[in-house]
Design a protein around this ligand. Structure first.
Ligand code: NAP
Length: 220
């Protein structure tokens, strides 16, 4: 399995404002790059915080890219995965439409009622008691044949994935905006590291959309 975390951050490292609304940090060039990365992936993963804040669809937007996937005998969109301990994903969320297979990674905390409400719209995976235990959850995704994984945020999930040692690559577009705010989500939130900080190796630097795309490999 190869896990790429992709995000757009402001110049000061924020993923959105303190209101947690989606903000256009990048532009058309980066949008197209993200679409290509999705089209190259077997699954796109987000935390339930992102579903509740942005209601993303997580599908491939470019018809040419979808046609290429079909030609290669792949579903036209990658699978969608939401990490969602108690099943808070609304049943009318865009990720639960029929454009692609959706997996909900739940924990034992998800009630029987929530499971029943979600089970006919998504495949349910259970890992962990209170919060989703990411290592077994990702192992279960791999068992479904999902090898190339793209993570699209948010900051809570990204931190946990680094903590679990699951990230191979970090691609962050740093855009020409300053958002600020101590409560605004950053690229990696959670509790933060106080020791044994993950080390990154800079693999590529590209200028686009008035900002810079940084590609980091996670050092072993
Ligand atoms: P998030 O990372 O999308 O989701 C976090 C939630 O996932 C947690 O609160 C938790 O909710 C659930 N979860 C379950 N197991 C977990 C685990 N092991 N580790 C971490 N989380 C786990 O939410 P967020 O950090 O609040 O990010 C949302 C914000 O980021 C929004 O403002 C959105 O606009 C922004 N965003 C920006 C970008 C960008 O590229 N700029 C991309 C995505 C999102 P439960 O306890 O209920 O399970």
């Amino acid at each position: 399995m190869h896990v790429v975390v992709n995000a757009a951050a402001s110049a000061d490292g924020k993923l959105s404002s303190r209101r947690r609304e989606q903000i256009a940090i990048s532009g058309a060039e980066d949008f197209a790059r993200v679409d290509r990365l999705r089209a190259d992936s077997d699954a796109v993963v987000v935390g339930v915080g992102t579903v509740l804040a942005d209601d993303p669809h997580l599908t491939v937007k470019d018809e040419t890219l979808r046609a290429k996937r079909r030609k290669n005998d792949r579903p036209e969109n990658p699978a969608r995965v939401v990490v969602d301990s108690s099943g808070r994903t609304p049943t009318d969320a865009a990720v639960l439409d029929d454009a692609a297979t959706t997996y909900l990674c739940l924990s034992e905390a998800a009630s029987v009622d929530r499971r029943a409400a979600l089970a006919d719209r998504a495949a349910l995976i259970t890992a962990g008691d209170e919060r989703v235990d990411l290592l077994p959850a990702f192992a279960a995704l791999q068992e479904q044949g999902l090898e190339r994984i793209m993570v699209e945020g948010g900051g809570e999930l990204i931190f946990s994935l680094f903590e679990a040692g699951l990230v191979d690559e970090l691609r962050v577009f740093v855009g020409p905006k300053l958002i600020g705010g101590r409560d605004a989500p950053t690229l990696a939130d959670g509790d933060g590291f106080v020791a044994e900080f993950p080390s990154l190796e800079l693999a590529e630097v590209d200028r686009l959309d008035g900002g810079v795309l940084l590609t980091w490999r996670v050092a072993d």
